[in-house]
Design a protein around this ligand. Structure first.
Ligand code: SF4
Length: 466
């Protein structure tokens, strides 16, 4: 049977696009390959939000040149933001790539892989087999647990043009999906076994249903009413688009995961202005105060960029102080990285060494806050959803709590992928806390979030936690 391998870089928007490609591939009769070497079609879904992501995508293209040399029949496809930006360069300088599709050409990508399907040997393919793959395997882009999380795109593009960001240049302006389509896709993901649905958009809380006046709060409420929905999350919101009405809608939905990402980027007004973030520190603090009032006890996380062009030591110190004061549960921190075609890439840059030094100072402060947040879980039992075997130790399972903390625990005796994919909610007694998350011991396993769960026999105590 023909098979496809999809390698995804970047944000949840790319994850959602990869799910779409996997769906189209499954409908055309492809199975999902475990490695690129086993696949007939290899898709590289790229990101260009940072220079490092761009470099690694070109590195992977180089690797796939060897694959093509050893098997000229394999079809190589590049998609995602880097493909949108460098389409012509790739077509001329990467001749081993069979096709390049930008972010707005996913439908054509699906049509192309469907058309290629006939080129591959088809001795075992039947309609029935395709159906099984659609239901059980389309979203297992990489493993048997991937389908537990469903990513549903609610909006494409962004119209805000932050001066550091490539997204509006490669994905275009806001294009909101009709709410009815979103609800239908969520229902399909639930039917396929998704335990957690994440609504994805570059500025997800700016969502407006094109046919009605419904806003993001209404969308959340409509999704939460769907039969079978267990947990709901969303990414990435913009502080400017949160209203009191949206927070109040959120507070009324017990299905929403209790975590809120409120990207700040800098705590200095002159830098926020240069970034074109469309809020001041005062506005950000008002939104944060509203969030804390309506969503009491939620984990609040943020994003920070250091060494943005023009950032003085005083601007940076303002960010450092604010991060220390607010004790965010987590912060994604980056040194500013110039992206071709964005205004800030033409401005005078801060030396890389100074950028790294600022990042380290900020990380030292935030790491203490992360550790404090994780320390508060010590001695408790948390319910968490499996992500898969731990990347660092294959004898352990990695999971995520509802507030998005990584918890790792030894696999109990009798562990099997099939059993744990069917009963993926784990109750874990937290034994140790770290900056990156927690470790613990698995006590119970449940098929659904609200189930009481069955005691796990042969639970293995995490020795590091004792
Ligand atoms: S809000 Fe700014 S950072 Fe976010 S996607 Fe839009 S332009 Fe990029």
């Amino acid at each position: 049977m023909a098979s496809i391998y999809i390698e995804t870089y970047g944000c949840q928007m790319n994850e959602a696009d990869s799910q779409y490609i996997a769906d189209r591939a499954a409908s055309a009769g492809y199975s999902v390959a475990g490695t690129p070497e086993e696949a007939n079609v290899v898709i590289l879904n790229t990101c260009t939000v940072r220079e490092r992501a761009e470099r690694s995508a070109y590195g992977r293209m180089g690797h796939y040149k060897l694959l093509k040399a050893s098997d000229p029949d394999v079809k190589l496809v590049v998609t995602g933001c880097l493909a949108e930006q460098d389409r012509d360069i790739m077509r001329s300088k990467q001749p081993h790539i069979d096709a390049v599709f930008g972010t707005s050409e996913l439908v054509q990508l699906g049509d192309t892989i469907t058309a290629w399907r006939g080129d591959f040997a088809d001795t075992e393919y039947t309609e029935e087999r395709a159906l099984i793959e659609t239901i059980g395997g389309a979203h297992t882009v990489t493993d048997v647990f991937s389908h537990l999380r469903g990513y549903v795109t609610v909006q494409r593009g962004c119209s805000y043009y932050c001066t550091f960001c490539i997204v509006p240049h490669v994905r275009g302006r806001f294009d909101h999906r009709p709410m009815a389509d979103i609800l239908a896709e969520v229902e399909a993901r639930i039917a396929e076994g998704a335990r957690e649905i994440t609504l994805v958009g570059q500025t997800v809380n700016a969502y407006k249903d094109p046919a009605t006046d419904y806003d993001f709060g209404d969308l959340l409420a409509a999704v939460a009413k769907l039969n079978g929905l267990e947990r709901l999350a969303f990414i990435t919101p913009h502080p400017k688009d949160f209203t009191e009405k949206i927070f109040s809608n959120m507070a009324a939905l017990p299905q929403l995961n209790p975590r809120l990402h409120l990207p700040l980027q800098s705590a200095s007004d002159p830098i926020l202005r240069r970034m074109n973030r469309k809020y001041t520190m005062q506005v950000y603090q008002e939104k944060l105060a509203l969030a804390r009032r309506y969503l009491s006890g939620w984990a609040i996380t943020t994003d920070m960029i250091v060494a943005f062009p023009g950032e003085t030591e005083a601007d940076f110190q303002a960010s450092l102080d604010y991060i220390d004061q607010q004790q965010f549960a987590q912060a994604f921190m980056f040194v500013y990285s110039p992206r071709r075609g964005t205004p800030a890439s033409n401005w005078e840059q801060i030396p890389a060494q100074e950028g790294s030094a600022r990042l380290k100072r900020l990380a030292d402060v935030q790491n203490r806050a992360c550790r404090n947040f994780h320390d508060r879980k010590l001695g408790s039992t948390v319910r968490a959803l499996i992500t898969g075997p731990s990347r660092k130790d294959a004898r352990k399972l990695a999971t995520k709590t509802l507030d998005n903390v990584t918890v790792v625990a030894p696999m109990p005796d009798g562990y099997s992928e099939a059993l744990y994919a069917a009963e993926p909610w784990l109750d874990i007694a937290i034994g140790t806390a770290h900056v990156w998350g927690c470790t613990g011991t698995i006590l119970r396993r449940a098929a659904r979030y609200a189930d009481a769960g069955n005691a796990v026999k042969g639970a293995v105590v995490d020795l590091l936690a004792v």
